[in-house]
Design a protein around this ligand. Structure first.
Ligand code: GLN
Length: 205
C-alpha cells in the first residue's frame, strides 16, 4: 500500500512514524509518501493530514494546486485521516470564537462544523483518556485544539470530550472513509493509524 502524509506544514514526520509502526503491527507493507505536490498524490491508498496551522496548510495547498486535487481524491473515496488542523481543513464549516466564519481555504469534504482554538491557547493544552467507538481507549493530547460542535449527514461522532463551557463536544468523527480527530493521536498511540489502514485495506478487497 501507498500512504501519503500531507507535508506542507505541521507534524508530518510524527505521522510518518506512526503509519510505519501501525503497518508493522498489522504485518502489511506500506510505503509512506510525503505529499508536497500534486504528482505525489497519485496511486495513494490512504492519506493523513497532520496538525499544525490550518490557515497555513490551506494557503500552501491552494498555491501548490493541491487544494482542488486533494478535494477530488477524497470525494472519490481516498481514505483520509485529518488530525487537529487536518480536521479543520476537512470540515465543511469552520468558525472562530472571535471572527465567526473564518473564510480560510479548506477542503470542505466532511459534514462537520468546527470551532478553531475552542479550548484556549497553547498553555491551555491538556491530555486525557478518550473512549473511541470501534477503536478503544486512547490517550489524547489536545494542543490549541478545535472542537467539533456538529456532525450531520453521514458523519457520525466516534468520541466526545468535556469542554469547560460547551459541555460535551465531539473529539473524533467518521464519515465513510474519512476520519477526523481534534487531538494528536500520532503523539501517543498507533490505534487510529491502524484503523485508517484497516479502512484502506477494506476498500481494496
Ligand atoms: N489551532 C490550530 C489551527 O487552527 C490547530 C492546532 C493543531 O493542529 N495542533 O489550525
Amino acid at each position: 500500500m501507498r500512504v501519503g502524509v500531507l507535508a506542507l506544514q505541521g507534524d508530518a514526520e510524527e505521522h510518518e512514524y506512526a503509519i510505519k509502526r501501525a503497518s508493522e503491527e498489522l504485518g502489511i507493507n506500506v510505503d509512506v509518501i510525503r505529499v508536497k505536490n500534486t504528482e505525489q498524490l497519485s496511486d495513494l491508498n490512504a492519506l493523513v493530514i497532520p496538525g499544525g496551522e490550518s490557515t497555513t496548510i490551506g494557503s500552501l495547498a491552494r498555491r501548490t494546486g493541491l487544494l482542488d486535487r486533494l478535494r477530488g481524491s477524497i470525494i472519490n473515496g481516498l481514505p483520509t485521516l485529518g488530525t487537529c488542523a487536518g480536521a479543520i481543513f476537512m470540515a465543511r464549516e469552520v468558525r472562530d470564537s472571535v471572527v465567526g466564519e473564518t473564510g480560510q481555504p479548506i477542503l470542505g469534504v466532511m459534514d462537520i462544523a468546527v470551532v478553531r482554538n475552542a479550548f484556549g491557547r497553547q498553555r491551555d493544552s491538556f491530555e486525557t483518556d478518550l473512549s473511541i467507538d470501534g477503536i478503544g481507549t486512547v490517550r489524547a493530547v489536545f494542543i490549541r485544539a478545535p472542537a467539533i460542535i456538529k456532525a450531520w449527514g453521514n458523519a457520525r461522532p466516534l468520541a466526545y470530550v468535556k469542554h469547560p463551557k460547551l459541555g460535551n463536544v465531539i473529539a473524533a468523527a467518521q464519515e465513510n472513509s474519512m476520519i477526523a480527530t481534534v487531538f494528536h493521536p500520532e503523539l501517543t498511540t498507533m490505534k487510529i493509524h491502524k484503523y485508517l489502514l484497516e479502512v484502506a485495506m477494506d476498500k481494496q478487497r
